[in-house]
Design a protein around this ligand. Structure first.
Ligand code: C2E
Ligand code: CA
Ligand code: CA
Length: 585
Protein backbone atom coordinates (compact mmCIF):
# COMPACT_ATOMS: atom_id res chain seq x y z
CA UNK A 1 0.00 0.00 0.00
CA UNK A 2 1.43 3.33 -1.11
CA UNK A 3 0.93 5.99 1.60
CA UNK A 4 0.54 9.47 0.14
CA UNK A 5 0.12 12.72 2.08
CA UNK A 6 -1.27 15.74 0.20
CA UNK A 7 -0.80 19.24 1.60
CA UNK A 8 -2.82 22.04 0.04
CA UNK A 9 -4.63 24.96 1.71
CA UNK A 10 -7.27 25.07 -1.04
CA UNK A 11 -10.11 22.55 -0.40
CA UNK A 12 -11.01 22.56 -4.12
CA UNK A 13 -7.48 21.54 -5.07
CA UNK A 14 -7.53 18.90 -2.33
CA UNK A 15 -10.73 17.51 -3.87
CA UNK A 16 -9.21 17.48 -7.37
CA UNK A 17 -6.25 15.41 -6.12
CA UNK A 18 -8.54 13.04 -4.22
CA UNK A 19 -10.67 12.55 -7.32
CA UNK A 20 -7.64 11.96 -9.52
CA UNK A 21 -6.37 9.22 -7.24
CA UNK A 22 -9.72 7.63 -6.38
CA UNK A 23 -9.56 4.94 -9.02
CA UNK A 24 -6.25 3.53 -7.69
CA UNK A 25 -6.93 1.17 -4.84
CA UNK A 26 -3.47 0.14 -3.67
CA UNK A 27 -2.79 3.58 -2.22
CA UNK A 28 -3.99 5.60 0.76
CA UNK A 29 -4.33 9.38 0.74
CA UNK A 30 -4.40 11.72 3.75
CA UNK A 31 -4.98 15.41 2.97
CA UNK A 32 -3.99 18.40 5.10
CA UNK A 33 -4.11 22.16 4.64
CA UNK A 34 -0.81 22.97 6.37
CA UNK A 35 2.57 21.15 6.57
CA UNK A 36 2.59 21.35 10.36
CA UNK A 37 -0.82 19.71 10.49
CA UNK A 38 0.51 16.79 8.46
CA UNK A 39 3.65 16.49 10.58
CA UNK A 40 1.57 16.44 13.78
CA UNK A 41 -1.01 13.98 12.53
CA UNK A 42 1.16 11.36 10.80
CA UNK A 43 2.86 8.87 13.09
CA UNK A 44 5.26 7.70 10.42
CA UNK A 45 6.74 9.50 7.40
CA UNK A 46 4.63 8.64 4.29
CA UNK A 47 5.99 7.19 1.02
CA UNK A 48 5.41 10.43 -0.87
CA UNK A 49 4.22 13.99 -0.29
CA UNK A 50 2.15 15.98 -2.76
CA UNK A 51 2.90 19.53 -1.74
CA UNK A 52 1.44 22.88 -2.66
CA UNK A 53 4.32 25.32 -2.75
CA UNK A 54 2.28 28.36 -1.77
CA UNK A 55 0.84 28.12 1.75
CA UNK A 56 -0.59 31.36 3.23
CA UNK A 57 1.45 32.61 6.17
CA UNK A 58 4.56 30.71 5.09
CA UNK A 59 7.46 32.13 3.08
CA UNK A 60 8.37 30.80 -0.35
CA UNK A 61 9.95 27.31 -0.06
CA UNK A 62 9.11 27.19 3.64
CA UNK A 63 6.51 24.38 3.26
CA UNK A 64 9.11 22.37 1.38
CA UNK A 65 11.81 23.03 3.97
CA UNK A 66 9.48 21.98 6.82
CA UNK A 67 8.77 18.67 5.16
CA UNK A 68 12.34 18.08 4.12
CA UNK A 69 13.68 18.83 7.60
CA UNK A 70 11.31 16.43 9.34
CA UNK A 71 11.00 13.73 6.71
CA UNK A 72 14.38 13.93 4.94
CA UNK A 73 13.95 10.57 3.22
CA UNK A 74 10.50 11.23 1.75
CA UNK A 75 10.22 12.23 -1.93
CA UNK A 76 8.20 15.36 -2.64
CA UNK A 77 6.09 16.04 -5.71
CA UNK A 78 5.21 19.73 -5.91
CA UNK A 79 1.82 20.84 -7.17
CA UNK A 80 1.55 24.46 -8.24
CA UNK A 81 -1.08 26.73 -9.71
CA UNK A 82 1.61 28.56 -11.60
CA UNK A 83 2.38 27.48 -15.16
CA UNK A 84 5.65 29.37 -15.27
CA UNK A 85 8.64 27.10 -16.01
CA UNK A 86 10.64 29.19 -13.56
CA UNK A 87 8.58 27.79 -10.70
CA UNK A 88 9.24 24.29 -11.96
CA UNK A 89 12.97 24.90 -12.01
CA UNK A 90 12.95 26.44 -8.53
CA UNK A 91 11.06 23.47 -7.10
CA UNK A 92 13.53 20.98 -8.53
CA UNK A 93 16.49 23.04 -7.39
CA UNK A 94 15.06 23.16 -3.88
CA UNK A 95 15.09 19.36 -3.80
CA UNK A 96 11.61 18.37 -5.04
CA UNK A 97 11.53 15.24 -7.20
CA UNK A 98 9.02 16.57 -9.69
CA UNK A 99 6.60 19.47 -10.22
CA UNK A 100 3.14 19.43 -11.80
CA UNK A 101 0.75 22.24 -12.70
CA UNK A 102 -2.64 21.83 -11.05
CA UNK A 103 -4.43 23.22 -14.12
CA UNK A 104 -3.58 20.11 -16.07
CA UNK A 105 -4.15 17.54 -13.39
CA UNK A 106 -5.46 14.39 -15.09
CA UNK A 107 -5.56 11.12 -13.08
CA UNK A 108 -3.19 9.28 -15.45
CA UNK A 109 -0.79 12.19 -15.60
CA UNK A 110 -0.68 12.53 -11.81
CA UNK A 111 -0.15 8.79 -11.38
CA UNK A 112 2.64 8.80 -13.98
CA UNK A 113 4.31 11.62 -12.11
CA UNK A 114 3.96 9.74 -8.81
CA UNK A 115 5.58 6.62 -10.30
CA UNK A 116 8.35 8.71 -11.83
CA UNK A 117 8.97 10.41 -8.52
CA UNK A 118 9.13 7.11 -6.64
CA UNK A 119 11.44 5.56 -9.22
CA UNK A 120 13.74 8.56 -9.23
CA UNK A 121 13.78 8.50 -5.44
CA UNK A 122 14.69 4.79 -5.44
CA UNK A 123 17.56 5.38 -7.86
CA UNK A 124 18.79 8.29 -5.80
CA UNK A 125 18.74 6.15 -2.67
CA UNK A 126 20.70 3.41 -4.44
CA UNK A 127 23.31 5.86 -5.66
CA UNK A 128 23.54 7.34 -2.21
CA UNK A 129 24.00 3.92 -0.63
CA UNK A 130 26.77 3.16 -3.06
CA UNK A 131 28.46 6.53 -2.61
CA UNK A 132 28.05 6.33 1.12
CA UNK A 133 29.39 2.91 1.94
CA UNK A 134 32.97 1.87 2.41
CA UNK A 135 34.08 -0.67 -0.19
CA UNK A 136 36.17 -2.81 2.19
CA UNK A 137 34.05 -2.98 5.33
CA UNK A 138 30.60 -2.15 3.96
CA UNK A 139 30.27 0.39 6.77
CA UNK A 140 28.93 3.89 6.19
CA UNK A 141 31.86 5.97 4.93
CA UNK A 142 32.92 9.53 5.60
CA UNK A 143 30.30 10.98 3.22
CA UNK A 144 27.60 8.96 4.97
CA UNK A 145 28.55 10.05 8.46
CA UNK A 146 28.70 13.66 7.30
CA UNK A 147 25.20 13.29 5.83
CA UNK A 148 23.96 11.66 9.01
CA UNK A 149 25.37 14.47 11.13
CA UNK A 150 23.99 17.11 8.78
CA UNK A 151 20.54 15.59 9.11
CA UNK A 152 20.78 15.47 12.88
CA UNK A 153 21.94 19.07 13.05
CA UNK A 154 19.14 20.11 10.67
CA UNK A 155 16.68 19.12 13.39
CA UNK A 156 18.09 21.91 15.56
CA UNK A 157 17.90 21.49 19.31
CA UNK A 158 15.11 18.91 18.97
CA UNK A 159 17.63 16.24 18.03
CA UNK A 160 18.11 13.19 20.22
CA UNK A 161 21.22 13.34 22.45
CA UNK A 162 24.23 11.41 21.21
CA UNK A 163 27.99 11.11 21.72
CA UNK A 164 30.50 11.15 18.91
CA UNK A 165 33.65 9.05 19.24
CA UNK A 166 36.63 9.46 16.93
CA UNK A 167 38.68 6.24 16.89
CA UNK A 168 42.16 5.79 15.50
CA UNK A 169 43.87 2.41 15.65
CA UNK A 170 47.27 2.69 17.33
CA UNK A 171 50.26 1.83 15.15
CA UNK A 172 48.16 0.42 12.31
CA UNK A 173 50.91 1.55 9.94
CA UNK A 174 53.23 -1.03 11.49
CA UNK A 175 50.81 -3.83 10.60
CA UNK A 176 50.33 -2.53 7.07
CA UNK A 177 54.04 -1.99 6.50
CA UNK A 178 55.13 -5.14 8.31
CA UNK A 179 52.63 -7.69 6.99
CA UNK A 180 51.34 -6.06 3.83
CA UNK A 181 48.02 -4.52 2.82
CA UNK A 182 46.09 -7.79 2.56
CA UNK A 183 46.75 -8.58 6.20
CA UNK A 184 45.99 -4.93 7.02
CA UNK A 185 42.59 -5.29 5.30
CA UNK A 186 41.72 -8.52 7.10
CA UNK A 187 42.78 -6.95 10.33
CA UNK A 188 40.45 -3.98 9.76
CA UNK A 189 37.55 -6.34 8.99
CA UNK A 190 38.10 -8.20 12.25
CA UNK A 191 38.40 -4.93 14.14
CA UNK A 192 35.09 -3.75 12.68
CA UNK A 193 33.40 -7.04 13.63
CA UNK A 194 34.54 -6.66 17.23
CA UNK A 195 33.59 -2.98 17.43
CA UNK A 196 30.14 -3.69 15.97
CA UNK A 197 29.50 -6.33 18.61
CA UNK A 198 29.79 -3.58 21.25
CA UNK A 199 27.18 -1.29 19.69
CA UNK A 200 23.47 -0.91 20.43
CA UNK A 201 20.87 -1.21 17.65
CA UNK A 202 20.65 2.52 17.00
CA UNK A 203 24.36 3.27 17.31
CA UNK A 204 26.37 3.87 14.13
CA UNK A 205 29.90 2.81 13.25
CA UNK A 206 31.45 4.45 10.19
CA UNK A 207 34.84 4.19 8.55
CA UNK A 208 36.08 7.75 8.30
CA UNK A 209 39.38 7.09 6.54
CA UNK A 210 42.12 4.42 6.62
CA UNK A 211 42.28 3.30 10.23
CA UNK A 212 40.00 6.08 11.52
CA UNK A 213 36.45 5.31 12.56
CA UNK A 214 33.55 7.35 13.90
CA UNK A 215 30.97 6.00 16.34
CA UNK A 216 27.68 7.72 17.15
CA UNK A 217 26.29 6.46 20.45
CA UNK A 218 22.56 7.01 20.35
CA UNK A 219 20.82 8.53 23.39
CA UNK A 220 24.14 8.86 25.17
CA UNK A 221 24.91 12.15 26.89
CA UNK A 222 27.62 11.35 29.39
CA UNK A 223 30.46 9.05 30.31
CA UNK A 224 28.42 6.03 31.41
CA UNK A 225 27.40 5.05 27.87
CA UNK A 226 30.84 5.83 26.52
CA UNK A 227 32.71 3.81 29.14
CA UNK A 228 30.38 0.83 28.49
CA UNK A 229 31.23 0.89 24.80
CA UNK A 230 34.96 1.49 25.29
CA UNK A 231 35.19 -1.15 28.02
CA UNK A 232 33.53 -3.70 25.75
CA UNK A 233 35.82 -2.78 22.85
CA UNK A 234 38.94 -2.98 24.99
CA UNK A 235 37.91 -6.38 26.35
CA UNK A 236 37.33 -7.73 22.87
CA UNK A 237 40.66 -6.33 21.64
CA UNK A 238 42.53 -7.97 24.52
CA UNK A 239 42.21 -11.18 22.55
CA UNK A 240 44.79 -10.95 19.73
CA UNK A 241 43.61 -10.90 16.14
CA UNK A 242 44.98 -13.98 14.34
CA UNK A 243 45.75 -13.60 10.65
CA UNK A 244 47.81 -16.13 8.69
CA UNK A 245 49.31 -17.42 11.90
CA UNK A 246 50.27 -13.90 13.04
CA UNK A 247 49.10 -12.80 16.47
CA UNK A 248 48.21 -9.12 16.17
CA UNK A 249 47.44 -7.00 19.20
CA UNK A 250 45.35 -3.89 18.85
CA UNK A 251 44.68 -0.76 20.81
CA UNK A 252 42.78 2.36 19.89
CA UNK A 253 43.01 6.01 20.80
CA UNK A 254 39.58 7.58 21.11
CA UNK A 255 38.43 11.19 21.34
CA UNK A 256 34.93 11.75 22.71
CA UNK A 257 32.42 14.61 22.61
CA UNK A 258 28.78 14.81 23.64
CA UNK A 259 26.39 16.76 21.43
CA UNK A 260 25.85 20.32 22.65
CA UNK A 261 23.29 22.93 21.72
CA UNK A 262 25.98 25.56 21.16
CA UNK A 263 27.64 23.70 18.27
CA UNK A 264 27.48 25.87 15.17
CA UNK A 265 27.55 22.82 12.94
CA UNK A 266 28.57 19.18 12.80
CA UNK A 267 32.06 20.12 11.61
CA UNK A 268 32.82 21.73 14.95
CA UNK A 269 31.73 18.56 16.74
CA UNK A 270 33.87 16.33 14.51
CA UNK A 271 36.87 18.61 14.92
CA UNK A 272 36.59 18.52 18.71
CA UNK A 273 36.40 14.72 18.71
CA UNK A 274 39.43 14.57 16.42
CA UNK A 275 41.32 16.98 18.68
CA UNK A 276 40.49 14.84 21.72
CA UNK A 277 41.70 11.75 19.83
CA UNK A 278 44.99 13.53 19.19
CA UNK A 279 45.22 14.27 22.94
CA UNK A 280 44.61 10.55 23.62
CA UNK A 281 47.53 9.71 21.31
CA UNK A 282 49.87 12.20 22.90
CA UNK A 283 48.96 10.98 26.38
CA UNK A 284 50.27 7.53 25.49
CA UNK A 285 47.64 5.98 23.15
CA UNK A 286 45.29 3.09 24.07
CA UNK A 287 42.78 5.27 25.92
CA UNK A 288 39.77 7.48 25.49
CA UNK A 289 39.81 11.16 26.27
CA UNK A 290 36.94 13.63 26.50
CA UNK A 291 37.37 16.90 24.66
CA UNK A 292 37.90 19.97 26.79
CA UNK A 293 38.22 23.59 25.71
CA UNK A 294 41.96 23.80 26.52
CA UNK A 295 42.64 21.21 23.85
CA UNK A 296 41.38 23.50 21.14
CA UNK A 297 43.71 26.27 22.27
CA UNK A 298 46.55 23.75 22.39
CA UNK A 299 45.68 22.41 18.94
CA UNK A 300 45.65 25.93 17.50
CA UNK A 301 48.95 26.66 19.16
CA UNK A 302 50.39 23.43 17.79
CA UNK A 303 49.18 24.33 14.30
CA UNK A 304 50.66 27.79 14.49
CA UNK A 305 53.91 26.31 15.88
CA UNK A 306 54.09 23.81 13.02
CA UNK A 307 53.23 26.48 10.50
CA UNK A 308 56.00 28.81 11.65
CA UNK A 309 58.39 25.86 11.91
CA UNK A 310 57.79 25.15 8.23
CA UNK A 311 58.83 28.69 7.39
CA UNK A 312 61.77 28.95 9.79
CA UNK A 313 64.38 28.43 7.05
CA UNK A 314 62.97 31.07 4.65
CA UNK A 315 62.41 33.47 7.53
CA UNK A 316 66.05 33.09 8.49
CA UNK A 317 65.03 32.13 11.99
CA UNK A 318 67.39 29.17 12.20
CA UNK A 319 70.87 29.58 13.50
CA UNK A 320 73.73 27.23 14.17
CA UNK A 321 75.72 27.61 17.35
CA UNK A 322 79.10 25.93 17.54
CA UNK A 323 80.44 24.25 20.64
CA UNK A 324 84.21 23.74 20.63
CA UNK A 325 85.53 20.18 20.77
CA UNK A 326 88.80 20.33 22.64
CA UNK A 327 91.81 18.38 23.70
CA UNK A 328 90.81 17.84 27.32
CA UNK A 329 94.35 18.10 28.68
CA UNK A 330 95.28 21.38 26.93
CA UNK A 331 91.93 22.95 26.10
CA UNK A 332 93.00 23.49 22.48
CA UNK A 333 90.18 23.51 19.96
CA UNK A 334 90.30 20.86 17.23
CA UNK A 335 86.69 20.87 16.10
CA UNK A 336 83.17 22.17 16.62
CA UNK A 337 79.78 20.59 17.05
CA UNK A 338 77.01 22.47 15.24
CA UNK A 339 73.86 22.85 17.35
CA UNK A 340 70.68 24.25 15.91
CA UNK A 341 68.66 27.09 17.40
CA UNK A 342 65.29 28.42 16.32
CA UNK A 343 64.68 32.02 17.26
CA UNK A 344 61.02 32.99 17.04
CA UNK A 345 59.84 36.56 17.56
CA UNK A 346 58.87 35.55 21.11
CA UNK A 347 62.11 33.82 22.04
CA UNK A 348 64.48 30.93 21.40
CA UNK A 349 62.98 27.45 21.07
CA UNK A 350 65.31 24.67 22.28
CA UNK A 351 66.06 21.91 19.73
CA UNK A 352 64.65 19.22 22.00
CA UNK A 353 61.27 20.94 21.57
CA UNK A 354 61.26 21.57 17.83
CA UNK A 355 63.37 18.71 16.40
CA UNK A 356 60.79 15.99 17.24
CA UNK A 357 58.06 18.09 15.57
CA UNK A 358 60.30 18.74 12.58
CA UNK A 359 60.81 14.97 12.36
CA UNK A 360 57.09 14.21 12.58
CA UNK A 361 56.17 16.79 9.95
CA UNK A 362 59.05 16.00 7.60
CA UNK A 363 60.45 19.54 7.91
CA UNK A 364 63.61 17.95 9.31
CA UNK A 365 64.81 17.21 5.76
CA UNK A 366 64.93 20.89 4.91
CA UNK A 367 66.41 21.78 8.30
CA UNK A 368 69.01 19.05 7.97
CA UNK A 369 70.09 20.15 4.50
CA UNK A 370 70.35 23.72 5.74
CA UNK A 371 72.43 22.64 8.77
CA UNK A 372 74.89 20.61 6.72
CA UNK A 373 75.25 23.35 4.13
CA UNK A 374 75.73 26.08 6.78
CA UNK A 375 78.16 23.99 8.84
CA UNK A 376 80.22 23.11 5.75
CA UNK A 377 80.41 26.76 4.70
CA UNK A 378 81.56 27.73 8.19
CA UNK A 379 84.05 24.86 8.44
CA UNK A 380 85.69 25.80 5.14
CA UNK A 381 86.31 29.30 6.58
CA UNK A 382 87.76 27.89 9.77
CA UNK A 383 89.98 25.38 7.99
CA UNK A 384 91.84 28.34 6.50
CA UNK A 385 92.93 29.06 10.10
CA UNK A 386 93.20 25.45 11.31
CA UNK A 387 93.55 23.02 8.38
CA UNK A 388 92.84 19.89 10.48
CA UNK A 389 89.67 21.24 12.08
CA UNK A 390 86.54 19.03 11.98
CA UNK A 391 82.87 19.90 12.16
CA UNK A 392 80.27 17.59 13.67
CA UNK A 393 76.64 17.84 12.56
CA UNK A 394 73.72 16.13 14.31
CA UNK A 395 71.58 14.07 11.96
CA UNK A 396 68.20 12.65 12.85
CA UNK A 397 67.54 9.04 11.74
CA UNK A 398 64.50 10.36 9.84
CA UNK A 399 66.86 12.29 7.57
CA UNK A 400 68.57 9.07 6.50
CA UNK A 401 65.29 7.89 4.95
CA UNK A 402 65.39 10.69 2.38
CA UNK A 403 66.70 9.32 -0.93
CA UNK A 404 68.64 12.53 -1.64
CA UNK A 405 70.31 12.74 1.78
CA UNK A 406 73.78 11.45 0.89
CA UNK A 407 73.89 13.38 -2.37
CA UNK A 408 73.04 16.61 -0.49
CA UNK A 409 75.92 15.92 1.93
CA UNK A 410 78.40 15.33 -0.90
CA UNK A 411 77.10 18.40 -2.72
CA UNK A 412 77.74 20.63 0.33
CA UNK A 413 81.24 19.20 0.74
CA UNK A 414 81.99 19.84 -2.94
CA UNK A 415 80.50 23.32 -2.93
CA UNK A 416 82.71 24.39 -0.03
CA UNK A 417 85.74 22.48 -1.17
CA UNK A 418 85.86 20.43 2.00
CA UNK A 419 87.48 17.00 2.20
CA UNK A 420 85.09 14.34 3.58
CA UNK A 421 87.22 13.79 6.69
CA UNK A 422 86.36 17.34 7.79
CA UNK A 423 82.77 16.30 8.44
CA UNK A 424 81.47 14.05 11.22
CA UNK A 425 77.87 12.87 11.22
CA UNK A 426 76.47 12.45 14.74
CA UNK A 427 73.57 10.07 15.11
CA UNK A 428 72.11 9.21 18.51
CA UNK A 429 72.56 5.68 19.76
CA UNK A 430 68.80 5.15 20.15
CA UNK A 431 68.15 6.56 16.66
CA UNK A 432 70.80 4.35 15.09
CA UNK A 433 69.40 1.22 16.75
CA UNK A 434 65.76 2.05 16.01
CA UNK A 435 66.41 2.70 12.33
CA UNK A 436 69.23 0.15 12.10
CA UNK A 437 68.25 -1.26 8.69
CA UNK A 438 67.94 2.08 6.90
CA UNK A 439 70.89 3.55 8.83
CA UNK A 440 73.40 0.84 8.02
CA UNK A 441 73.36 1.28 4.23
CA UNK A 442 73.50 5.05 4.17
CA UNK A 443 76.08 5.40 6.93
CA UNK A 444 78.27 2.81 5.20
CA UNK A 445 78.04 4.84 2.00
CA UNK A 446 79.09 8.01 3.87
CA UNK A 447 81.84 6.19 5.75
CA UNK A 448 83.25 4.71 2.54
CA UNK A 449 83.34 8.21 1.11
CA UNK A 450 85.57 9.25 4.02
CA UNK A 451 83.23 10.91 6.50
CA UNK A 452 83.40 10.11 10.23
CA UNK A 453 80.36 8.67 12.01
CA UNK A 454 79.84 9.37 15.70
CA UNK A 455 77.35 7.61 17.98
CA UNK A 456 75.91 10.36 20.15
CA UNK A 457 74.45 10.05 23.66
CA UNK A 458 76.16 6.69 24.00
CA UNK A 459 74.98 4.66 26.99
CA UNK A 460 71.40 5.91 26.89
CA UNK A 461 70.17 3.71 24.06
CA UNK A 462 70.73 0.33 25.76
CA UNK A 463 72.64 -1.10 22.84
CA UNK A 464 75.89 -3.00 23.07
CA UNK A 465 79.12 -1.93 21.49
CA UNK A 466 79.23 -5.12 19.44
CA UNK A 467 75.77 -4.31 18.07
CA UNK A 468 76.93 -0.80 17.20
CA UNK A 469 80.03 -2.18 15.60
CA UNK A 470 77.82 -3.54 12.83
CA UNK A 471 77.33 0.12 11.92
CA UNK A 472 80.28 1.84 10.25
CA UNK A 473 80.99 3.91 13.36
CA UNK A 474 84.27 5.75 13.96
CA UNK A 475 83.56 7.53 17.25
CA UNK A 476 81.63 6.97 20.47
CA UNK A 477 80.38 10.05 22.28
CA UNK A 478 79.68 9.13 25.86
CA UNK A 479 76.49 10.73 27.14
CA UNK A 480 76.81 13.67 29.52
CA UNK A 481 74.72 11.95 32.21
CA UNK A 482 77.60 9.48 32.78
CA UNK A 483 80.15 12.28 32.83
CA UNK A 484 78.07 14.06 35.48
CA UNK A 485 77.61 10.95 37.59
CA UNK A 486 81.31 9.99 37.52
CA UNK A 487 82.30 12.00 40.59
CA UNK A 488 79.83 10.01 42.69
CA UNK A 489 81.94 7.19 44.18
CA UNK A 490 78.93 4.93 44.68
CA UNK A 491 77.80 5.23 41.07
CA UNK A 492 79.00 2.72 38.50
CA UNK A 493 79.29 5.46 35.81
CA UNK A 494 83.04 5.84 36.25
CA UNK A 495 83.54 2.15 35.60
CA UNK A 496 81.19 2.34 32.62
CA UNK A 497 82.98 5.37 31.14
CA UNK A 498 86.35 3.69 31.58
CA UNK A 499 85.21 0.35 30.17
CA UNK A 500 83.68 2.00 27.13
CA UNK A 501 86.95 3.77 26.40
CA UNK A 502 88.87 0.48 26.58
CA UNK A 503 86.34 -1.47 24.53
CA UNK A 504 85.98 1.29 21.95
CA UNK A 505 89.76 1.41 21.62
CA UNK A 506 89.91 -2.34 21.02
CA UNK A 507 87.36 -1.91 18.22
CA UNK A 508 89.37 0.91 16.68
CA UNK A 509 86.90 3.63 17.68
CA UNK A 510 87.77 6.99 19.18
CA UNK A 511 85.94 8.34 22.25
CA UNK A 512 84.60 11.79 23.06
CA UNK A 513 83.09 13.01 26.32
CA UNK A 514 80.33 15.62 26.34
CA UNK A 515 78.91 17.84 29.07
CA UNK A 516 82.21 18.42 30.91
CA UNK A 517 81.38 21.10 33.44
CA UNK A 518 83.95 20.84 36.25
CA UNK A 519 87.68 20.38 36.72
CA UNK A 520 86.95 17.21 38.64
CA UNK A 521 85.05 15.69 35.70
CA UNK A 522 87.86 16.73 33.38
CA UNK A 523 90.47 15.06 35.60
CA UNK A 524 88.41 11.87 35.99
CA UNK A 525 88.00 11.65 32.21
CA UNK A 526 91.73 12.09 31.70
CA UNK A 527 92.30 9.33 34.27
CA UNK A 528 89.96 7.08 32.29
CA UNK A 529 91.99 7.68 29.14
CA UNK A 530 89.76 10.25 27.38
CA UNK A 531 91.51 13.07 25.61
CA UNK A 532 88.76 14.69 23.57
CA UNK A 533 85.60 16.38 24.82
CA UNK A 534 83.31 19.35 25.04
CA UNK A 535 81.37 21.12 27.77
CA UNK A 536 80.64 24.35 29.56
CA UNK A 537 84.00 24.07 31.37
CA UNK A 538 85.68 24.86 28.06
CA UNK A 539 82.98 26.72 26.18
CA UNK A 540 79.22 26.70 25.66
CA UNK A 541 77.71 26.59 22.16
CA UNK A 542 78.72 29.91 20.57
CA UNK A 543 77.52 32.01 17.68
CA UNK A 544 79.83 31.84 14.63
CA UNK A 545 81.71 35.08 15.33
CA UNK A 546 82.35 34.16 18.97
CA UNK A 547 83.39 30.66 17.91
CA UNK A 548 85.87 32.16 15.43
CA UNK A 549 87.34 34.33 18.21
CA UNK A 550 87.62 31.27 20.40
CA UNK A 551 89.41 29.33 17.66
CA UNK A 552 91.85 32.19 17.04
CA UNK A 553 92.63 32.41 20.76
CA UNK A 554 93.28 28.70 20.86
CA UNK A 555 95.61 28.91 17.83
CA UNK A 556 97.44 31.90 19.32
CA UNK A 557 98.02 30.24 22.67
CA UNK A 558 99.25 27.05 20.97
CA UNK A 559 101.79 29.15 19.10
CA UNK A 560 103.02 31.03 22.17
CA UNK A 561 102.77 28.59 25.06
CA UNK A 562 100.89 25.44 25.98
CA UNK A 563 97.47 26.34 27.22
CA UNK A 564 96.76 25.55 30.86
CA UNK A 565 93.49 27.36 30.92
CA UNK A 566 90.84 24.85 30.06
CA UNK A 567 88.28 27.58 29.43
CA UNK A 568 88.94 28.43 25.82
CA UNK A 569 86.52 31.33 25.73
CA UNK A 570 88.74 33.21 28.15
CA UNK A 571 88.53 33.48 31.92
CA UNK A 572 86.38 36.60 31.80
CA UNK A 573 83.65 34.68 30.06
CA UNK A 574 83.72 31.58 32.20
CA UNK A 575 80.21 30.20 32.14
CA UNK A 576 78.30 28.51 34.89
CA UNK A 577 77.57 24.84 34.55
CA UNK A 578 73.93 25.30 33.65
CA UNK A 579 73.73 28.60 31.83
CA UNK A 580 74.39 28.84 28.14
CA UNK A 581 76.14 31.93 26.93
CA UNK A 582 73.73 33.77 24.69
CA UNK A 583 75.82 35.04 21.88
CA UNK A 584 74.33 36.21 18.62
CA UNK A 585 75.84 36.91 15.30
P1 C2E B 1 73.38 16.64 21.70
O1 C2E B 1 73.78 16.36 20.30
O2 C2E B 1 73.69 15.61 22.72
O3 C2E B 1 74.03 18.03 22.05
C1 C2E B 1 74.63 18.33 23.27
C2 C2E B 1 73.72 19.15 24.10
O4 C2E B 1 74.36 19.40 25.34
C3 C2E B 1 73.46 20.51 23.49
O5 C2E B 1 72.13 20.86 23.84
C4 C2E B 1 74.44 21.41 24.25
O6 C2E B 1 74.04 22.75 24.29
C5 C2E B 1 74.42 20.79 25.60
N1 C2E B 1 75.63 21.03 26.35
C6 C2E B 1 76.84 21.40 25.90
N2 C2E B 1 77.74 21.48 26.91
C7 C2E B 1 77.08 21.14 28.03
C8 C2E B 1 77.45 21.01 29.41
O7 C2E B 1 78.58 21.22 29.82
N3 C2E B 1 76.49 20.61 30.27
C9 C2E B 1 75.23 20.36 29.86
N4 C2E B 1 74.33 20.00 30.79
N5 C2E B 1 74.83 20.46 28.59
C10 C2E B 1 75.75 20.84 27.68
P2 C2E B 1 71.21 21.52 22.79
O8 C2E B 1 71.99 22.45 21.94
O9 C2E B 1 70.03 22.02 23.53
O10 C2E B 1 70.79 20.32 21.88
C11 C2E B 1 70.01 19.30 22.36
C12 C2E B 1 69.89 18.20 21.37
O11 C2E B 1 69.17 18.61 20.21
C13 C2E B 1 71.24 17.74 20.84
O12 C2E B 1 71.82 16.90 21.78
C14 C2E B 1 70.84 17.06 19.58
O13 C2E B 1 70.39 15.75 19.84
C15 C2E B 1 69.65 17.88 19.12
N6 C2E B 1 70.11 18.80 18.07
C16 C2E B 1 70.74 19.98 18.17
N7 C2E B 1 71.01 20.50 16.96
C17 C2E B 1 70.55 19.59 16.06
C18 C2E B 1 70.53 19.51 14.62
O14 C2E B 1 71.04 20.39 13.90
N8 C2E B 1 69.95 18.41 14.07
C19 C2E B 1 69.41 17.42 14.82
N9 C2E B 1 68.85 16.37 14.22
N10 C2E B 1 69.42 17.45 16.16
C20 C2E B 1 69.98 18.52 16.77
CA1 CA C 1 75.45 15.70 19.29
CA1 CA D 1 75.00 14.08 23.07
Amino acid sequence: MLRIVAIDDDPCDQAIVARALRSYDDLSLNSYSHPQEALDAEDEPPDLVLLDFEVPGLAEFEPFEMIHRNWPQVPVLVLTGNEDLKVYRQAIQAGAHDCLCKNELLPTQLMRCIYNTLERHKLQQELRTRACSDALTGLPNRAAIVLELEQRFAQGTNREPFCLLFLDIDDFKLINDGYGHDVGDQYLLEFVKRAQACLGTHDILARFAGDEFVVLLHGCADDSGVSDFVGCLEDSLNIPIMIDGNELYTAVSIGVVADRSDYEDYKEMLLEADTAMFAAKSRGKARYVWFDAHMRAEALERLSFEHSLRHAVECRELQLLYQPLVDISTGYVDGFEALMRWTRPDGVVPPLKFIPIAERTGVIHRFGRWAIETACRQASQWRKLAPELTISVNVSPVQLEHPAFTEAVFESLRRHNLPPEALTIEITESGAIKEFDSAVGILTHLRKAGLSISVDDFGTGHSSLSQLHKLPVTEVKIDKSFVHAMADQTDYSRLFVETIHVLAGSLGLTTVAEGIETQEQRQLLLDCGYNRGQGYLFAPPLAATAATECLKRSIDSQATAPCHLPNVVGTSKLVSSTAELSVHD
